[in-house]
Design a protein around this ligand. Sequence first.
Ligand code: ADP
Ligand code: MG
Length: 310
Amino acid sequence: MNKLNIALLSGGDSPERDVSLNSGKQVLAALDKKKYNVIGYDPAFDLNKLIADASDIDFALIIMHGKLGEDGSVQGLLDLLKIPYQGAGILGSALAMNKIVSKQLYEHAGILVPPYILLNSLQKISAEECIGKLRLPLIIKPVSCGSSIGISVVKNKVDFDKGLNNAFNYDNRIIIEKYIDGIELTCGILGNTDLQTLPIIQIAPDKKYTFFDYDAKYIPGATNEICPAPIDENIAMQVSELAKNAHRILNCRGCSRTDMILKDGLLFVLETNTIPGMTPTSLLPLSAKVAGIKFGELLDKLIELGRKAV
Ligand SMILES: Nc1ncnc2c1ncn2[C@@H]1O[C@H](COP(=O)(O)OP(=O)(O)O)[C@@H](O)[C@H]1O
Ligand SMILES: [Mg+2]
């Protein structure tokens, strides 16, 4: 069998550049060299080379997160270059990356989301008005970011403006959301149209973290990731249905991972990731492993699904 020439894209310019480079390194190590010739490209520097090499590239693995990586931009470039790639296309990537549009689509489909207020950098809202509407605590996030970058939990009026400024550092549109104090769950999906649910993970950061922030995500051992999540069967079925629905509603392909919070028997959907973390210990690879799919096999599967996608 001829080996496939794979372009491994990692790095880029988003605030999640380091996360992407780290994932890229580990994906490179895990790819089966008997099946693939792998060449790395960092879109922050190597776009001209990627374009020049396009006719020799059989497939691209986009191991990038955030703007200009996970939001449809790179996907559009690869479409123009006629290079197939793993995961969502332009539309799915753009919908899922935008936490406002994805929320509106979830709501339209009857999926519960935490109550929220949208704000752009030209609008003003007072802490009193916001707290009056949503009640403390709040969580403030940029619309298009990831890895919890720019997110703050606001427990009192004094921290409100700090939270706004933190989020506005990363985007000119932000979401002020009611903080749901519950059990955090995440559920990975594999597939284009026939969808496989991966075992659900409960995310339990150490008590010193208020939420699953950047450190809780990336400092080894900071968070207890329990898979399969110790939740009852009925809730697990609902989580799995929600993750599949989110995947379909947002036009995802290949894989996705939807984050949720369970409180008083209700499941609130937070967001869907189209290029979830891709180190062997990241959440989606962890749940794949529990389902018996090793990291290298998961990459094979994503490549296979990407080559079949239309
Ligand atoms: N409404 C909320 N209530 C409670 N915790 C939340 C809420 N929204 C976000 N979080 C916390 O912040 C983390 C990051 O938020 P999320 O919306 O998933 O954005 P990101 O794209 O940065 O992962 C979540 O994993 C969760 O710990
Ligand atoms: Mg998340």
